[in-house]
Design a binder for this molecule. Sequence first.
Ligand SMILES: Cc1cc2nc3c(=O)[nH]c(=O)nc-3n(C[C@H](O)[C@H](O)[C@H](O)COP(=O)(O)OP(=O)(O)OC[C@H]3O[C@@H](n4cnc5c(N)ncnc54)[C@H](O)[C@@H]3O)c2cc1C
Length: 357
Amino acid sequence: MIERTDIDVIIVGQGIAGSSLAWALIDRGMRPLVIDDRRETSASSVAAGLITPVTGAKLKPQADFSFLAGAAGAHYRAVEAATKVDCYFARPAWRLLSTERELSIWNNADPGLLAELKLTDDVPAGIAPGLVNTLMPNAARLDTQRYLEAVHTALCDKGLMLGGHVEPEDVTRVDAGIALPDLSVRARHIVFCRGYADARNNYFAGPSWRPAKGQVLTIRCPDLDIANTVHAPGLWLTPLGGTLYLAGASYEWDTLDDRPTAEAREALCEKLDRLLTVDYTVVDHRAAVRPIVQGRKPVCGPSPKDSRIWLFNGLSSKGALYAPTVATQVAGALCKDIPVDDEYRFDLRASGEWQDD
Ligand SMILES: Cc1cc2nc3c(=O)[nH]c(=O)nc-3n(C[C@H](O)[C@H](O)[C@H](O)COP(=O)(O)OP(=O)(O)OC[C@H]3O[C@@H](n4cnc5c(N)ncnc54)[C@H](O)[C@@H]3O)c2cc1C
């Protein structure tokens, strides 16, 4: 096989991280080659792709949300325009407050929270109202499967996509960069974007990993007719089109695999039974592992062992929000040597200067 030498950067993994990075590099005139083994239970393909300014039981508004969401929306719309595939939907989402903790936070809400949650009486038929009902005007959703497929097709059309499995041990260092001899390709840099698989990457020992398995149910609900996502305590429900909805998601830290479990299904159904006043049936059940590292923020940068070998990972539970901004940083660093923000730098996170929330 003739070795491919027309490539600037090899990207391993075509989840949200690898896809957004490939796009950012092409935008800058570079030629990336994306190599992916197309596993069906990657975090990106199981994810709901929800983008919200307020998350979690603490109702904590994300400080840099406007900036990150602006960059995310711009990227996803650019992909839509180039591929003619609709995958990004900027739509308000309901946030129903029902726990004592949520009510206490709401009763003492600061201006930051009041800017993101607006009181509403408009709860749709089929949904049991919370004690306080609010709407998040700035929410959005990325249909991750459509996005991944759209980027995959665009990369294939440009000859920049390769099916294959790459382990860190497969990388050979050559004078002008790195090579993958088995795949007959060489480039100046390689960037690992393998999600949770990179928790076992010896080039990047450092950030402490806190991956979390998540499970989601696809349900059929013929008597529900909503176009917007609903967030309730410990549960979200988002429309997939027609009578199908995606509901999730569990957080599990003990068993990190992609096997759906009866326990998680039961727990999600209990929450759905509280949220829905109409009947539903479960038609699918999937699981994946979220790539979460210390600090719950993305990490990127070169390996301390070799500056030609990079990592872009740690997208945690907010891959759809974070990926385009961090991809821009990684692409800028690889093309023009612009240093990545301290906030996302691998070496700072690896040295233990970062604390968990
Ligand atoms: C249940 C669940 C719900 C979620 N909901 C949301 C949500 O609503 N909003 C949100 O923003 N985020 C959500 N997330 C988080 C989001 O999925 C992640 O942040 C994001 O998908 C991580 O993307 P990634 O590209 O880093 O990794 P991944 O999506 O895991 O992609 C890694 C890619 O690398 C490939 N790969 C792995 N190993 C190899 C190898 N050795 N060789 C070649 N290829 C390889 C895989 O096939 C895969 O395509 C959710 C996650 C889960 C599990």
